[in-house]
Each structure stands twice: as C-alpha cells, then as structure tokens.
Design a protein around this ligand. Structure first.
Ligand code: SAH
Length: 335
C-alpha cells in the first residue's frame, strides 16, 4: 500500500484511532501472509562488542558487564538443540566480536546447515568478502537494523560508526541475495515522529524482506540511562504501518515490546506481526546478553519458551509455521 509521509505521520500521532489501525494491519497480515506464526530460535552467542552504541547494554564501554562468548562447538550444539526442538530457523546474534573471523563463522554456518534449518546472521557490519563467504557457506538471511534514518541522531548515538557505511552494508547484503531484515528503534532520544515516518519509507524503499521494530529501553549502565525510552503504543503503531506499507514481509513481535508489557508480543501479533523469535540461548548467557533491562524469560529454558509461545499462539487462533518461513513474495500488490 502507498501512504504519503503526511498520512504516516497522521497515523503515528493518532492514539485515539489506533485500534482501527491495528485491525487493518491484522487483516492485511491475514490476507498476505496467512495465520501461521513463524518461530525463529535466537542464539545470543557472544556479548563481546567493539562498538559504543550509546543505547546498548553490551557496548564495549560498559565495564560492569561480565563478557562471554560461545566457542564454535557450543554454538553448533545450541543450534542443534534448537533444531531438535522444532525450530526451522536459527538466528545467530552477537556483538561485533572480532574473534569470529570469516573462517570460524563459515565453519559454524556449514555445520549448522546440516541440521536442515535456515540460518540468519545478526552480527553487524562486516566486509563484503565476509558477507559473500557467509552466504556461500549457507547463510540464508541477515538482520541488521538501520536503527534510525536521522543521520545526525545516528551519529550522536553511534560514535565512530557511519550511517552511510551501515546503509552500504545493507545494499551489499541485498546484492548477495540474502533475505534482508532491517528495522528501527522507536522512542530514541530526540527522535521525531517525522523521522519515524522517514524510517518507514526507507524500509519500504529498500525494500526489506523483514522489519524488526521495537521500543528503545534505557539501560542503567549506558550514557542514556536517564532518558525516557520508547512507548509500546507508538511502537505498535509504527509496526502496524510497516505492515500496511509492505503487506507480504515478515514482521516479528519483538522481545522489547514484551519487556514493556506482559502481553506485548500478543498485542503485536494482533497488529500485523507474524514472526516471534524465542530465545534458545541457555543458562547464564541469557542474563548476560543484556541489550536493555527487563529482558523477559531470562530464567527459562529454550523448551519452556517454545511451549509458552505455542500456547499463546494457539490461543490467538493461529498456528505455528511448519516451513522455513522465508519471505513469501507476492508478485504484485493491489494498491
Ligand atoms: N551487533 C548486531 C546486533 C545488535 S543487537 C548489530 O549491530 O546489528 C540487536 C538490536 O537490539 C539492535 O540493532 C538494536 O536495535 C536493539 N537494541 C540495542 N539496545 C537496545 C535498547 N537499549 N533498547 C531496545 N533495543 C535495543
């Protein structure tokens, strides 16, 4: 669907009629991608990061955090268990940890592909040659949020990083035929409604195959500790508008939404989302991968998370996706 920037802004600001927006996004979700909810097993394999993103709890400047890294065998074993639990996709996420060189990661990807799962990487900015090698090793998808398209804000929040470089990484991933996921945080300090509208139009233009939209949640051990943080309702309206703009893409009900409200992911699934990414990281690592505080399910096992979500999805009258759940492209949208 085409929406002008002015129309997007109007919807983003319209708290009063948000239920109508959510219902419309839900109907479009049903029409274009059906009632299956695709589950991705999220492996948080290292919280070691060279970056200084002001919002993020695992930024290298946070000296209070105990750091960990799964080694190759442990990472592969975690993925194997996720496959045994029934996950058809594993998402490997980490800080920008230079230990994981091209050679090491390719070994891991090749091993995990033997479990018959789709592999998604979410490890930040790398060289073109790395992206190419990962693809050749079998990686299917890549998630990297642009975070915000307000370049001035981006550079304030991500010292030493370049918006243009991150954008070029997204273009490179596209050129290499990854299924591409990107997205933003909602409620960053100084982020305007207008810039959120720009973000949505940016994601439509790329276009992404998957869009992750979640509220910014201030972390106490970061420079943004005392900022306000994003609101769930505005995040849901942003997500619902994404569904209107790109009707057939995958949209996750993000964990950050549930951290703000115990029903956050259910609300998202009823407002345009069709994917959930339960954590399959085990034990102490779950707590240590603390991007933001109040992260849910840190004491649960992967099996418990899967069971709990299965019940919630069934209660919504939806089913768990049985396939790989890739982007189900519709050739032409009726506008
Ligand atoms: N290093 C990888 C993975 C980053 S963590 C990369 O650069 O892509 C995954 C996402 O968590 C980030 O892209 C960001 O959007 C989100 N995130 C980080 N800190 C957050 C916070 N304080 N509140 C909400 N989301 C946060």
């Amino acid at each position: 669907m085409q929406l002008s920037k002015a129309e997007i802004i109007r919807h983003l600001e319209d708290e009063e009629h948000q239920q109508e927006l959510f219902q419309k996004a839900d109907a479009i979700r049903h029409q274009y991608v059906g009632d299956e909810v695709h589950l991705r097993g999220l492996i948080e394999f290292s919280n070691i990061c060279r970056n200084q993103c002001l919002y993020c709890g695992i930024r290298c400047g946070n000296t209070k955090l105990l750091r960990y890294r799964m080694l190759e065998d442990e990472l592969i074993e975690t993925a194997r268990k996720a496959a045994v639990l029934g996950f058809k996709t594993v998402v490997m996420q980490s800080g920008e940890d230079t230990y994981y060189t091209q050679v090491r990661l390719c070994r891991v990807i090749e091993a995990i592909k033997k479990f018959n799962v789709a592999v998604t990487l979410s490890i930040g900015e790398r060289d073109y040659a790395d992206y190419k090698a990962f693809k050749e090793a079998g990686a299917d998808r890549y998630l990297m949020r642009i975070e915000t398209t307000d370049k001035k804000l981006y550079h304030k929040l991500n010292p030493k990083m370049s918006w243009q470089h991150r954008y070029e990484c997204l273009l490179a991933l596209k050129e290499l035929h990854y299924e591409l996921g990107s997205g933003i945080m909602v409620g960053l300090p100084e982020q305007s409604i207008e810039s959120i509208a720009d973000d949505l139009l940016f994601l439509k233009k790329l276009p992404v195959d998957m869009a992750g939209i979640g509220p910014f949640i201030p972390h106490p051990d970061t420079p943004l500790a005392h900022q306000q943080g994003g609101k769930l309702d505005l995040s849901l309206r942003t997500m619902a508008l994404m569904r209107l703009l790109l009707p057939d893409i995958n949209i996750p009900a993000t964990t950050a939404m549930e951290s703000l409200h115990p029903q956050g992911r259910i609300m998202a699934l009823k407002a345009g989302a069709n994917v959930v990414m339960p954590n399959v990281t085990e034990g102490e690592y779950r707590r240590l991968y603390e991007l933001y505080p109040g992260k849910i399910c840190i004491n649960d096992t992967p099996q418990q998370c899967r069971n709990c979500l299965s019940v919630k999805i069934k209660m919504l009258g939806r089913t768990i996706g049985t396939g790989y759940g890739g982007h189900h492209k519709i050739a032409k949208f009726p506008e």
